[in-house]
Design a protein around this ligand. Structure first.
Ligand code: PRX
Length: 638
């Protein structure tokens, strides 16, 4: 226990060479206008802004009337600075294919593909879906969209066809980019077939562009589908960039909330770019010679910000790996680090816990001495896991940055600065310079334990929920009357004044760092013809952080065997949301504990599952069903 309380300082060499090593930066950050204004000068602007910030929550704006392009800043700017031959990616396929792309290679491909998109009629403001494995063309597609001002909507590869369809219809998407397949643990994921199912009876999508990546034979709709390679060959080599207004929409990324359907979070162009550019420099201490590797998928915000835009805007070199970390065996991660001499490694606590479970023997035979900095993202990291990461992977020589952000914040908000902060396992330290985070009570007063709030505007903050302004205001801004942004997280401040996250306070579940709304899973379950009602909760899981448990009431007429129904229900969740949201266990029950007003008492379900006293039942309507429910739960070992 004593050991876990200890804090860790980076070594002198790290501090000396760090991009930021003076605490003064926190003070400079207090004058946010001049601070962010100075930093923004690093980027290329077609026209400089008139005003840095118009603070007007919930509608603050940044870099007013500036003109900028993200693709230009990620590619052209570096080429103009003589970095054309610098490697942007070492790409490694699951089955050991390799590709190396320099900044010039990427520039040429993005220009051609941007022209290909234009040839399909795509223009500024049009929405384009990207649903692909982690292959270079996925990143080319994102940059090509931003080059011409199209709004990309990247959908995670594991999303089911109904989930894709809902997003496509909601955003009135014109074009979809996908692949004939992607490799995962030796199997081929049929991206194109899933897209075909998703687009069945959808009118808005006029074109589907398919990247040939696997040897999968796919159905091809001659009227609608085209091959990426055919378009690239025919496309012109140069595509001028669209000069975007700072506040123009850059992308939409759907994420789960506590109620209903996923929300289309959208980000602005200039503010987002500056946020991810700057935080990459500070937190990952990125240097020209570094090789960085994040295991994040581009389907999530971490992939957008800390694979694509943060790294490319810094002109950095990174490794991109397509497949599963346990394929063909548990050493794959360490093999990749040794092979590419990775210096900075960024992953999620679930992955770290899994590495621990697999055992050190898979690690010991690899040379990890190239590593100099480690990062963690997406969920709370337990102190013992932090220590294992520090000692076994970092050989007690690499600072760990436990970074906090959200799809909504675009860029990191709370994190240690590796050249400054004393690192304490489990603590995310404090808000980065130019940001402000506080732990507040219900009334908006500062407290030691309560709700995590972001109390000042910053450039990369979401600008809204696509087509759902009311939801934007209610979800994020109603808690403290529009004054502060509510994160949905619980947090406490420790003795050193650092922030520690306790977890979500809403009905968002985090399974392996993936954000899943319990209401979304419930909605999917009740789509089953035999299901009447469902309630979904989560309980702690040693590896995944949380696991999903569902309770479903079936119609009396349900005749199939329960086992089949359980399978069908799980399948429904897979199709509607994705495999990652499949409940670990589904209990088929006759009743759910409800209050007299009909509200399901999830607390009772959770406490029965974790074998805790069920607490106050004064408002419970159906008390007599509790012993039956208890028996059902006890019969099955989770
Ligand atoms: O609950 C927090 C958790 O992830 C949520 C944001 O999820 P999402 O938008 O999917 O983005 C995940 C990747 C940024 C937060 O509200 N979270 C994120 N980072 C941490 C974290 N919880 C604890 N510690 C973190 N470092």
């Amino acid at each position: 226990m004593e050991k876990q309380k200890k804090s860790f300082k980076p070594n002198k060499k790290f501090i000396k060479n760090a991009n930021v090593n003076s605490e003064d930066i926190y003070k400079t950050g207090l004058d946010k206008e001049s601070f962010w204004g100075n930093l923004a000068n690093d980027l290329f602007w077609h026209k400089k802004w008139d005003k840095v910030c118009e603070e007007n929550p919930p509608y603050s704006k940044w870099f007013l009337n500036g003109k900028i392009n993200v693709s230009y800043n990620c590619l052209d700017r570096h080429i103009k600075n003589g970095k054309q031959d610098k490697i942007a990616f070492y790409w490694e396929g699951e089955n050991n294919q390799e590709k190396i792309l320099t900044y010039n290679d990427l520039y040429l491909e993005v220009n051609r593909f941007a022209n290909a998109l234009k040839s399909k009629g795509i223009k500024k403001g049009d929405r384009v879906v990207i649903n692909m494995p982690m292959i270079p063309e996925a990143i080319v597609s994102m940059l090509a969209c931003t080059r011409i001002g199209a709004v990309h909507i990247v959908i995670f590869g594991g999303t089911g066809p109904i989930g894709i369809k809902e997003r496509v219809i909601h955003a009135e998407v014109k074009l979809v980019i996908t692949s004939d397949g992607g490799y995962r643990r030796g199997k081929i994921i049929p991206y194109k077939e899933i897209i075909d199912q998703a687009l069945d009876q959808v009118d808005c999508v006029k074109d589907v562009i398919v990247v040939k990546h696997s040897k999968n034979k796919i159905p091809f709709n001659e009227k609608r589908d085209s091959w990426y390679h055919d378009l690239i060959i025919d496309a012109k080599e140069f595509c001028p960039v669209e000069e975007m207004d700072s506040e123009d929409m850059l992308f939409i990324l759907y994420t789960s909330g506590s109620t209903g359907k996923p929300k289309g979070i959208f980000h602005s162009t200039a503010g987002y770019l500056l946020g991810v550019y700057q935080t990459t420099k500070w937190v990952f201490d990125i240097k020209d010679e570094d090789i960085y590797w994040s295991t994040a998928d581009i389907g999530w915000i971490t992939g957008h910000s800390y694979v694509v835009y943060g790294l490319l805007s810094n002109g950095a070199t990174q490794v991109i790996y397509e497949g599963a970390l346990d394929h063909p065996n548990y050493s794959r991660t360490w093999e990749i680090i040794e092979k590419y001499k990775v210096n900075i490694f960024y992953t999620a606590p679930t992955a770290i816990r899994t590495f621990m479970k697999w055992g050190n023997e898979w690690i010991d035979k690899y040379d990890l001495s190239s590593l100099r900095l480690l990062g963690s993202i997406g969920e709370p990291i337990n102190p013992d896991v932090w220590l294992w990461y520090y000692e076994i992977i970092g050989k007690s020589n690499c600072p760990i940055v436990d970074t906090w952000f959200q799809t909504e914040t675009g860029a990191l908000v709370i994190s240690p600065l590796p050249g400054i902060s004393a690192l304490k396992p489990g603590s995310i330290c404090k808000a980065l310079p130019g940001f402000e985070a506080k732990v507040l009570d219900e009334k908006g007063n500062e407290t030691n334990k309560g709700f995590l709030a972001l109390t000042k505007s910053f450039p990369s903050m979401l600008r809204g929920v696509y087509k759902e302004e009311k939801r934007y205001l209610e979800t994020y801004w109603s808690k403290w009357d529009g004054k502060y942004y509510y994160t949905g997280d619980g947090a406490y401040v420790d003795e050193e004044g650092n922030i520690n996250i306790t977890g979500r306070l809403d009905d968002v579940i985090k399974v392996s760092g993936h954000r899943i709304g319990s209401a979304e899973v419930e909605n999917a379950l009740v789509e089953h013809p035999h299901a009447v009602e469902a309630s979904v909760i989560s309980v702690h899981d040693e590896i995944k952080g949380e696991k999903i448990i569902a309770f479903v009431i079936l119609k009396e007429s349900a005749s199939d065997s329960n086992k089949d129904i359980e399978k069908e229900l799980k399948k429904l969740v897979e199709i509607s949301i994705g495999r990652y949201a499949r409940p670990t266990k589904i209990f088929l029950v006759d009743e759910l504990p409800k209050t007299k007003s009909g509200k399901i008492m999830r607390r009772i379900l959770r406490n029965l599952l974790i074998k805790q006293p069920i607490g106050d039942v004064s408002t419970l309507e159906n008390k007599s069903y509790i012993p039956i429910l208890k028996n059902i739960i006890e019969e099955i070992q989770l």
